[in-house]
Design a protein around this ligand. Sequence first.
Ligand code: PRP
Length: 214
Amino acid sequence: MHIINLQKNITIALPKGRIATSSLALFEKICGTDIKFNDRKLVSDYKKFRFLLVRNQDVPVYVEHQASDLGIVGLDVLEECNSKLVRLLDLGIGKCKVVVGSPKYNIIDTTKPLLKVATKMVNIAKSHFASQAMAVEIIKLYGSIELAPFVGLSDVIVDVVETGSTMKQNALKIDEIIMHSSAYLVANPYSFYKKRAEILAISEQLSLLINHKE
Ligand code: PRP
């Protein structure tokens, strides 16, 4: 394994939650050291690397504003926020699907004048139903989306499915897959221009790692 020594400082926004451990593990390998966030600290420095621990949906915000040069973020989040970041590499981790789901024993009534859709992915949901010429009322939620049809808040949901157990345990079925997603390494376009050698070296090492060539 070639351990990277950077000439310029590079900041990387890592997502909290499910892909935190696997994305951190990739950087631990290319840095050749453990990367620890002590207690509730959200920053960790190692040589020229600075790692930030942020909410998944906030990763593109940090990178777009160049508070971070690089980020790791799901394709679903990138599509939802319509970000213009440089997509460098599909890391193949955090695989999931964005789906339309509804109660197990119901058939979606597509003739209903206004289908109620609960989701935290408003833009993906809007453009999906628009492409099918279906009139929908989007109800924005921030989590526990699977609860909405159960209590009559919505007819269907648009949400992320990974293992499928949340939908299953809440008596929902998948009606349609809107997109497949996995975590991407993304860069701020200006950082990519200014720190091209460093960013390409990191991307190349990660690529070798995930393709088991190292
Ligand atoms: C996501 C998603 C589902 C769940 C799916 O929620 O919104 O609720 O994961 O995962 P599964 O298919 O493995 O069961 P998350 O855990 O991020 O929490 P949230 O409801 O607060 O958004």
